[in-house]
Design a protein around this ligand. Structure first.
Ligand SMILES: [Zn+2]
Length: 159
């Protein structure tokens, strides 16, 4: 060990600097953003607010699925991404997401931790899912969820 190694602090970059650089958006990505924004349809029901977030995903096969958020005053509800994924699973069975994006009336939003976990357990290579996080960048799920939970044979037996 050299003196330089002893006195140099261990500095680990955080966030996207650790992983892949962000990618620019394609025309297909722009269309997916437009679909997510067009899915926003905010209205109230006696128990809460529906559709403040709109989400859209494109599967690796090229199919598009949409969903809206549902937030109830009793604490129940789900995100737009979860709704889009549920719609895809309902219509297509097992899916592999190529790209997903969600937006509210203020613009594109990054998925919450719960949705990142949900995206991650859909397929063996889900960590390569592209997540559009702003009007001009997308990241792979592995950049947003660097140490994901994975089901094991033990957990699979409990389902
Ligand atoms: Zn979420």
């Amino acid at each position: 060990m050299t003196i330089l190694q002893i006195i140099t602090p261990v500095v680990k970059p955080i966030g996207s600097f650790c992983y892949n650089p962000t990618m620019s958006l394609s025309d297909n990505d722009q269309q997916l953003i437009a679909t997510a924004k067009a899915t926003i349809n905010t209205f109230s029901i006696p128990g809460g607010k529906i559709g403040y977030v709109g989400a859209a995903l494109r599967t690796k096969e090229g199919a598009i699925y949409k969903g809206v958020s549902l937030h109830l005053v009793c604490g129940l509800g789900f995100c737009g991404e979860a709704n889009a994924i549920a719609n895809a699973l309902t219509e297509a069975g097992p899916i592999q997401i190529d790209t997903i994006v969600s937006a509210n009336p203020t613009g594109i939003i990054s998925p919450c931790g719960r949705c990142r976990e949900l995206m991650n357990v859909l397929a063996d290579d889900s960590d390569e899912t592209w997540v559009i996080v702003s009007e001009n960048e997308k990241l792979q799920l592995k950049d947003l969820l660097p140490r994901p939970w994975k089901p094991t044979s033990d957990t699979e037996n409990k389902v």
